[in-house]
Design a protein. Sequence first.
Length: 117
Amino acid sequence: MAEMAENLIARLARYAANALRYWEPRRLIYNGVLALVVLAHFTLRWTVWKPQLSSAVLIGMFIMAVLANVAYCAVYVVDIFVQFSGLDAPWRVGRIVVLTIGTAFAAAITHLLLLAD
């Protein structure tokens, strides 16, 4: 029983390390896309945003950026689950699809939140 637990922990550690090696460099892409959405809104609607800028708005934007990165972490649950299932080969393509759809979804949410202000 102890050997099974050690094997499970070793697999989990290997899968988690694999997920970290894949997803953490791509977090820069995710954050870059979201930053571009924010910059586009500020640039195109500067006359609307300029009078609204305050420390409270900047703190709110910081909190939203942190929450966007917390949401990005949800991918680890999916990634480790799929690796445990043994679908490594198809998952190599699936990871790209998940990154693309997740980033597009986060960009759409960012866009809508900025339109609401």
